[in-house]
Design a protein around this ligand. Structure first.
Ligand code: NAD
Length: 451
């Protein structure tokens, strides 16, 4: 059996090891899941949800350990990682309340017949997660899949396998055998899983892997839900509150060291306020403490590993060679660290303006007017999030012209209530969360009886 080490990116210490699932063992895992699906799907929805609710207490009990494990495996500052882990216990309960409605039968009757719309599990759902939200991403995939009546095979990221397994264990401890199973490994296991006999593939990760999965799923028309990368724009109009816009820009460019799918990756600022905005952005950035996420007060942790650091630094170096100006660069750049960088004079001729960076880099691009800001913001194959700061009506007008799936006006993309998490264009294919998102995890069956 091959063992895989999980390494703390802040220190290089071994956090732990997991046993990699040999690819030739995957068909048996899927066969067990298929068998477990039958009884799981046959249980009434209320019973399934009641069983899943029991995991809430375990999530609450284990949250502190899971949060620390997450920080040790992927470097996110402990305050943020602890919040991610401790939020799950309650989130599970509110998700399940919503799913009680989302997956309930709908009945329509007339004098001749009664039609019932049933929502069943597809069969075996494969959930493949990234590492950057090592608890929340698996949660958004696994919970609707199980609630709908699917058995789940879950592969956490090879960069956060222990955190993923610890999350899954809270559910495994309350579920019947094989309703949820964990497979460990990297892209090799991922590729073997997507070509195995699963019915639904729920994937969150890079666009490149998403393209491969869509191709691999096409032969047998597997259902797919893909949440992919982004290149989110921030538009700053010349009537914006510049302090608020700069504070948002810094926080959203550098949160989790920029390793967030909805990080601000491009900032379009109108000419008249460009210099004042950059001054404010640099001032906020200077105050961000870079270091080990386990140390109190750290705002920006390390890159997840050396490969990610090499990708980010290569993009920055190339942008500078092509004419970008370094307006600010922090000085902690040893090990896996990349201190926040503010670049100005960025243009769309530079790969850093077009390809996902996934690192702590704020790229500022000067624009003349609203129309140019909209045109450049939309000049991307991606379409995950976007944000506009400016006078309310004008900013809303600009926002409605943007091609992203989730758009914030004078705030981030966080929505009121439970809504879909949705990438437009090449940032997604299908989506999850919210009533509409939950229902993508179920096969609809329409049964009509003569009365
Ligand atoms: P990744 O695509 O490298 O890996 C994601 C997962 O897929 C891992 O578990 C990996 O082992 C597996 N995998 C890799 N190649 C595969 C293949 N060909 N077939 C099947 N499985 C495969 O992504 P990552 O580096 O873990 O995560 C970062 C990416 O995820 C970024 O692009 C980020 O924007 C994106 N992301 C998107 C969202 C969203 O909601 N849209 C959320 C978080 C992260």
């Amino acid at each position: 059996m091959t063992q895989m080490q999980s390494i703390d990116p802040a220190t290089g210490d071994v956090v732990g090891t997991v046993t990699v699932t040999p690819t030739d063992a995957i068909p048996a895992v899927v066969t067990r899941a298929r068998a477990a699906h039958v009884a799981w799907n046959a249980r009434p929805l209320t019973e399934r949800l009641a069983l899943m609710r029991k995991a809430s207490a375990l999530f609450a009990e284990r949250a502190a350990d899971i949060g620390l494990l997450g920080t040790r495996e992927m470097g996110k500052p402990l305050r943020e990682m602890a919040g991610e882990a401790s939020g799950i216990a309650e989130l599970l309960l509110s998700d399940l309340d919503e799913m009680a409605t989302a997956f309930a039968d709908d009945v329509q009757v007339n004098e001749r017949a009664r039609t019932t719309v049933h929502r069943d599990g597809f069969g075996v759902a494969l959930c493949i997660a990234p590492w950057n939200f090592p608890v929340l991403m698996p949660h958004t995939q696994i919970i609707p899949a199980l609630a709908a009546g699917n058995a789940v095979v879950f592969k956490p990221s090879e960069r956060s396998p222990l955190t993923g397994a610890a999350y899954a264990q809270c559910l495994i401890d309350v579920l019947p055998p094989d309703v949820l199973q964990v497979v460990h490994g990297d892209g090799e296991q991922g590729r073997a899983l997507v070509t195995s006999d699963v019915d639904l593939i729920v994937f969150t990760g890079s666009r490149a892997a998403g393209v491969h999965i869509l191709e691999a799923a096409s032969g047998s028309l597997k259902r797919v839900i893909l949440e992919l990368g982004g290149k989110d724009p921030l538009v700053v109009l010349d009537d914006a509150d510049l302090d608020a816009a700069a504070t948002f820009a810094a926080r959203n460019s550098f949160r989790n060291a920029g390793q967030v799918c909805v990080s601000t990756e491009r900032i379009y600022v109108q000419d008249g306020v460009h210099d004042a905005f950059v001054d404010r952005l640099v001032a906020v950035t200077r105050d961000m403490t870079v270091g080990d996420g386990k140390v109190e007060g750290t705002r920006v942790g390390p890159m997840v590993d050396g490969r990610q650091k090499a990708h980010v630094t290569a993009q920055v170096d190339q942008a500078v060679q092509l004419g970008a100006t370094v307006a600010y660069r922090g000085d902690k750049n040893d090990g896996n660290y990349v201190s926040p960088v503010v670049l100005t004079n960025v243009s769309h001729a530079m790969p850093i303006a077009m390809d996902e960076t996934f690192g702590p880099v704020a790229c500022v691009i000067r624009v003349d007017d609203d129309a140019q800001a909209v045109a450049l913001a939309n000049d991307t194959p991606y379409g995950l999030g976007a944000v506009v700061f400016g006078g309310a009506d004008r900013a809303r007008g600009v926002a409605r012209q943007l091609t992203a799936g989730m758009i914030g006006v004078n705030q981030g993309i966080g929505s009121v209530g439970s809504t879909p998490w949705v990438g437009a264009r090449q940032s997604g294919h299908g989506f999850h969360s919210g009533m509409e998102g939950h229902r993508q995890f179920a096969q609809v069956r329409v049964l009509t009886e003569r009365l």
